[in-house]
Design a protein around this ligand. Structure first.
Ligand SMILES: *Cc1c(COP(=O)(O)O)cnc(C)c1O
Length: 709
């Protein structure tokens, strides 16, 4: 129990708004810095565990109490304000939006995410809240979540610690008689019951489904234990829960929405439930599967064919057969919606196809990824030209406040009024030219020292604040080529000497990804070698805290995927918010962002255009070798000389590049702009009744058939 005078802290701790408010964050840290770090910056757990005498002392400290009052007053003002949507898009403000995703990366203390998809979804919610978009989100509350990485003897080990929901800022949804609310989800012949927790993200409620309670049997209880941890059968059951259960939770709690946004194919079963609702109101199944397009938006994130969830018919039938039969639908009804060629009984159900077929608006997550997706799914619309395949693009962004170091926010508040609300307004950012180089450089040095302190606390290792620091943190999937810098160790050694510079690595490989784990082992081996260990560090357990630390503090951010396999990537967008510079392959967002003056493009000499095939040198070894050569040359001939070129200790040419990077990048690669695009290009047109993609102009229409025996 908190002392009355500072009881406002509990309200603050229960709304993740505090995670992107610097004063609120500082307030919690000041209560007990040691416990703050020990709880992994979990404000709610901190209050639960804080020393009673310390809280009494703080309540008696009027200066502290007034700070609490001020921050609570700002939260109240934030929750009551209108935001952009009310005038920016009245139709959406009136109708509301539902958003479904398998994972949410909101903060390091809420471990229901694995990586980029979740972080994007988390930023989507934060910006929807800031812009006043009436959005309600649905996901799952994982008991153990995604794995924690422990590095031991050069190997990646995994751990799955259990979360204590009582220590999270989630509240169970109760009914009028104070009983927990449950929804029922059909899985096989069973009815699985899920309870619903609410997590407040500013003004946006995030509903989290949880099957781990005594009304379910053992294996059903385990359904919400692991994120991306189980076999195919667990996966289809989880996707049933988030899709069908997601819609049922929204209905049960009375949320209205004009559109539902399926973020990645995992949630595509939501379409089956919306179709069922229309059938229950009297439509035929065929009518309903067309009509549902006026309500559904779909975003695809995967540029690699093998990355899309596919389920064989038998598994679908085992999981959702009873659901289908209860609706008296023919055997092929559901599966055909998820097939490129309906009626082809050799074809499994693909969640992406199901989502594309049932959504009235669909998009990839960068211009290049839009093209790759139209190419990849052309088979669904064989009569259309590739460019006419109805998949557009909205380029991913990052939340412009959460991912920016407080020191930089303060500088921009003073220099660029309005940047927090009209982040997308390009005209605001010319004012960066007027910021004195020394002022910007001082902020950079402070942010970098904070990074070094955080890394020292997390790893015991202290980097050199005066050295050029290159950061590399991401999932270790083979296409990201995480060990590219070590291709020619002698050359790397020369460069490290010439710089000198240091490199910080972080990242996980999925436990089932043998190739990815090999890449980590290779990086770990070099980082531990006597040759490189003074200059190369590997930080274990890449999470949102490490992501925030490295993207704020690194001078240069390295990203070298095999083009065009990076759908968008977002970590480099975090870097430019903080004045760091990108050194990246022209893939994903960077293919749109680079202009020759605002960072460096690896392989620019052989990638001249914007089509996926541009710069395709043929086989993988040839491309890898050319990209590696380009990377070494950029470091040697451009980055090191520019870093060393100083007047009175200040690198003016470098800072000119920083200002270009910020002025060209910040207004475009942020989620405020991204949400505005989703509202204006996808949500509002559907809500206002714009025509949607026709039914599929297939050469042959196949009736929803019966499987041949
Ligand atoms: C930003 C972020 C990502 C996504 O970045 P990519 O550029 O897509 O790799 C993944 N994980 C964490 C923890 C992040 O903060």
């Amino acid at each position: 129990m908190l002392p009355e005078r500072i009881s406002g802290l509990e309200r603050l701790a229960r709304n993740l708004w505090w995670t992107w408010d610097a004063d609120a964050t500082a307030l919690f840290e000041s209560i007990d810095p040691g416990r703050w770090h020990a709880t992994h910056h979990n404000a709610y757990a901190l209050l639960c565990e804080a020393d009673a005498a310390r809280l009494e002392a703080l309540a008696a400290d009027e200066a502290f109490a007034v700070r609490v009052d001020d921050v609570v007053a700002r939260l109240d003002a934030y929750l009551a304000a209108d935001g952009w949507c009310k005038t920016g898009s009245p139709a959406v403000a009136e109708a509301g939006v539902a958003y479904l995703c398998m994972e949410y990366g909101l903060h390091e203390s809420v471990r229901i995410y694995s990586g980029g998809l979740g972080v994007l979804a988390g930023d989507h919610l934060k910006s929807a809240s800031d812009l006043g978009i009436p959005l309600v989100a649905v996901g799952m509350l994982y008991r153990r979540g995604y794995f924690r990485q422990v590095i031991d003897d050069g190997q990646q080990l995994v751990a799955y610690p259990e979360a204590d929901f009582k220590r999270l800022p989630v509240v169970p949804i109760m009914d009028d008689t104070n009983k927990q609310v449950f929804i029922e989800v059909p899985i096989g012949t069973r009815t699985v019951k899920a309870r619903i927790w609410r997590l407040d993200v500013g003004r946006v409620p995030l509903l989290l489904l949880d099957t781990d309670h005594e009304l379910n049997s053992g294996s059903d209880r385990a359904l919400t234990h692991y994120l991306y941890g189980g076999d195919q059968e667990t996966r289809i059951q989880q996707e049933t829960l988030v899709g069908i259960g997601g819609i049922r939770a929204l209905r049960k709690l009375g949320y209205k929405f004009g559109v539902a946004h399926m973020n990645e194919g995992h949630c595509a079963f939501a379409a089956l439930e919306l179709i069922k609702e229309l059938v229950d109101e009297g439509a035929t199944f065929e009518e309903a599967s067309v009509a549902v397009r006026h309500k559904l938006v779909f975003t695809t994130h995967t540029p690699v064919p093998a990355g899309h969830d596919r389920f064989p018919y038998d598994l679908l039938d085992k999981t959702l057969g009873p659901y289908r039969k209860a609706q008296e639908l023919p055997q092929g009804a559901h599966v055909d919606l998820g097939r490129v060629h309906p009626g082809d009984w050799n074809e499994p159900l693909c969640m992406t196809v199901l989502a594309l077929r049932t959504a009235g608006k669909a998009n990839g997550v960068s211009e290049l990824h839009g093209m790759v997706s139209r190419e990849m799914w052309h088979g669904m619309w064989p009569k259309l030209k590739v460019d006419d395949v109805p998949i557009g693009h909205v380029t991913n962004g990052v939340h412009p406040i959460f991912w920016m170091a407080p020191e930089m926010r303060t500088l921009l508040d003073a220099r660029i009024p309005g940047w927090r609300d009209r982040t997308w307004d390009q005209s605001l950012w010319a004012a960066l030219d007027d910021v004195p180089d020394e002022a910007l450089w001082n902020v950079r040095q402070r942010i970098k020292r904070n990074m070094i302190a955080t890394l020292a606390r997390r790893t015991g290792r202290r980097l050199d604040p005066n050295l050029l620091t290159i950061g590399f943190a991401r999932r270790f999937a083979p296409y990201k080529r995480g060990d590219m810098l070590f291709t020619d160790p002698d050359r790397l050694a020369q460069l490290l000497e010439a710089g000198p510079f240091q490199v910080v690595y972080s990242g996980k490989a999925h436990p089932a990804d043998a190739e990815g784990k090999k890449v980590i082992r290779n990086v770990l081996r070099w980082a531990a070698s006597s040759r490189f260990r003074d200059r190369i560090a590997f930080v274990e357990e890449y999470d949102i805290e490490i992501g925030r630390t490295l993207t704020t503090g690194s001078d240069v951010w390295l990203n070298n995927p095999r083009r065009p396999q990076e759908a968008s990537g977002t970590s480099g967008e975090k870097v430019l918010l903080n004045g760091g510079l990108n050194l990246s392959i022209l893939d994903g967002w960077w293919a749109e962002g680079w202009d020759g003056t605002n960072g460096w493009a690896i392989g620019a000499e052989h990638v001249h255009g914007k089509r996926p095939e541009d710069g395709n040198l043929g086989d993988i070894p040839t491309t890898d070798a050319a990209d590696t050569e380009s990377l070494y040359r950029l470091i040697e001939h451009e980055i090191i000389p520019m870093w060393r070129d100083r007047t009175d200790g200040v690198p003016h040419a470098w800072i000119r590049r920083m200002k270009r990077s910020m002025a060209t990048g910040i207004p475009r690669f942020n989620t405020h702009r991204m949400l505005k695009d989703y509202v204006e290009q996808l949500y509002a047109p559907l809500i206002e009744g714009a025509p949607v993609a026709d039914d599929f102009p297939q050469d042959e229409t196949v009736e929803a058939g019966v499987r041949p025996v």
